[in-house]
Ligand binder design. Structure first.
Ligand code: AP5
Length: 233
């Protein structure tokens, strides 16, 4: 099993006890870092993208509605996403906090989340904004490969697996997401600019926003994120 890269003596036994939100454009590294932070604090990594892809794979009514929308690189309607998230954070494994990756993505989602967290007794979320030059994103997105079994994230250019197209953790087949094709990247970035980027100003006004330089290496970003989360507890 691959380790988080964070030294064992740095492991923090104190619970996270809050929601952490990773905000940033497609390919900025949110999923990669959310997995690391969730492992570190032993809390769930809640990726709305993964949840939707799971629904698609299982052919649920939600998956059937979401599939064509995601294929076009557009956002799935709030009405569908909010119900899914509300159900997930009520599960007992979320009791000591969780890491959101890809949620919220609209101001309406953020407003709903604030109410949901309050209702479930959580303190206000901490928001980490992944700042990156858009020119770097295409290579990251088109080079990404995901493990079909455990969802581990690789990149054929930057973070290749040790064995060709097999996951280092569980040997699962590595696949390319349908929305990672070059022609879908433009619409995804546009959706981010129009619908999600306003959240940067929204959370900044609330005094919740912390920025990381997402162009740095995975280990450097990991350390920046950890410093922010530990410093804000
Ligand atoms: P989702 O799955 O959330 O995708 P995304 O937000 O577009 O983000 P990505 O997963 O593309 O990128 P990431 O930032 O996680 O980067 P990663 O760590 O993988 O959403 C998919 C779709 O679902 C949406 O388009 C929408 O349709 C729908 N959806 C989801 N949530 C929704 C919501 N709340 N509301 C409505 N619709 C929703 O890294 C990318 C690559 O870069 C990898 O190959 C990785 O190995 C590499 N990499 C990572 N960090 C580094 C680094 N520091 N240096 C070099 N390479 C790196």
């Amino acid at each position: 099993m691959k380790t988080s890269g964070i030294a064992a003596d740095q492991r923090c036994p104190k619970p996270l006890d809050r929601a952490v939100i990773f905000l940033g454009p497609p390919g900025a590294g949110k999923g990669t870092q959310a997995k690391e932070l969730a492992r570190f604090f032993r809390v769930p990594h809640l990726s709305t993208g993964d949840m939707l892809r799971e629904n698609i794979a299982q052919g649920t009514p939600l998956g059937i509605q979401a599939a064509p929308i995601m294929k076009r690189g557009e956002l799935v309607p709030d009405s569908l996403v909010l119900k899914m998230v509300a159900h997930r954070i009520e599960q007992p494994d979320c009791m000591h906090g969780f890491v959101f990756d890809g949620f919220p993505r609209t101001v309406a989602q953020a407003q709903y989340l604030m109410i949901l967290l309050r209702q479930n007794g959580y303190k206000p979320a901490l928001v980490v904004h992944f700042v990156i030059d858009p020119a770097l994103l295409l290579r990251r997105i088109t080079g990404r490969r995901m493990c079909k079994v455990g969802g581990e994230i690789y990149n054929i250019y930057e973070r290749p697996p040790q064995c060709d197209l097999r996951c280092d953790h569980d040997g699962g087949e590595l696949i390319q997401r349908p929305d990672d094709r070059e022609e879908v990247v433009g619409p995804r970035l546009l959706a981010y600019q129009r619908q999600t980027e306003p959240l940067v100003a929204y959370y900044r006004r609330l005094g919740r926003l912390h920025e990381v330089n997402a162009a740095k290496s995975v280990d450097q970003v990991k350390q920046e994120v950890l410093d922010i989360v530990r410093g804000s507890r």
